[in-house]
Design a protein around this ligand. Structure first.
Ligand SMILES: O=C(O)CCC(=O)C(=O)O
Length: 290
């Protein structure tokens, strides 16, 4: 069923052609498994950052059907989000398939096959007050499984206070209640179905918080259950997230609209099925995987 994008990245063979060969993938994978989040400096080349900038400029000028604003109209800035645009923005597709990102995600997830789940644009304009509240990503999604990896790459320099922060170890669970960023409504799992978030900012000493200032080209990669958040920003902060999944991830259609939504997918892909669908192309395979 899948018309795979020719997997351009194969297992790290240590050759110059391998875009991930310059990273210590074993050390990154060990840190990812222990903490649920790692930083990879210089993951994207300057050319790839320029490519991302072109894609983001197009995306901002031409928002897709899933775009929205996650800040209040009274906010002096604006927090703009958009999802699932790789099929119409070739720059996003090129980054998701032709950069070092899928190979690094494969190593972190210890996966033999990597599929691309979706892209997510997050732009906080200068002076945006709206923080990103603490949350896990996977409870918003349409997937079950543990081999998951979100990559967040800023296109502007980001000081630690405007960058993502993570609760180390929170990827080991449990799943926590997802809420809307702005009004904190429970629009996904019904109230009471999942535990509520602890008051992380109220008792920061009870958690190990990971947080890195980032430059364009750097990325943070984190498990889709890792609790993360960010503050407002004084300067413009454009970020592109690429979401990858590994072998054990299966479709989990929900009775509510997931974020992002995949309208009609439940009619094509049953619950529990691998994500063998053109919406989720294979972007990396181990050389000896069939
Ligand atoms: O950009 C942000 O502030 C939040 C990013 C985020 O939550 C994500 O990429 O999953």
């Amino acid at each position: 069923m899948t018309k795979d994008l020719a997997p351009r990245n194969h297992r790290n063979t240590g050759t110059a052609a391998d875009p991930a060969a310059r990273f210590d993938l074993d050390a990154l994978s060990a840190a990812f498994h222990a903490d649920g989040a790692v930083v990879v400096r210089g993951l994207f080349t300057p050319e790839q950052v320029a490519l991302a900038e072109r894609g983001v400029a197009f995306n901002l000028a031409h928002p897709g059907p899933f775009a929205g604003v996650a800040s209040d109209p009274s906010d002096p800035g604006r927090f703009f989000e958009d999802f699932r645009n790789w099929q119409r923005i070739p720059e996003y597709e090129a980054l998701a398939t032709g950069s070092a990102a899928p190979a690094v995600a494969a190593a972190l997830m210890r996966a033999r096959t990597v599929r691309f789940h979706h892209d997510h644009l997050l732009v906080k304009e200068a002076a945006t007050r709206q923080p990103t509240p603490w949350h896990q990503d996977q409870p918003y999604y349409n997937i079950d499984g543990f081999q998951t990896c979100s990559l967040w790459a800023p296109l502007d320099p980001v000081p630690a206070e405007a960058s993502l922060k993570f609760v180390a170890g929170s990827h080991l669970g449990p799943w926590l209640m997802p809420r809307t960023f702005l009004s904190e409504e429970a629009k996904w799992f019904p109230a009471g179905a999942l535990a509520e978030l602890p008051d992380i900012d109220g008792a920061p000493e009870q958690h190990r918080i990971l947080n890195w200032a980032l430059e364009p080209g750097d990325a943070v990669l984190f498990h889709m259950l890792t609790l993360h958040a960010s503050g407002g920003t004084t300067t413009r902060r454009r970020a592109l997230s690429l979401r990858f999944v590994g072998d054990d991830v299966v479709h989990a259609p929900r009775p509510w609209k997931t974020s992002p939504d995949f309208p009609g997918l439940a009619d094509e892909l049953p619950a529990g099925a691998p994500l063998d669908h053109p919406l989720f192309p294979v972007v990396w395979t181990a050389v000896d995987a069939h």
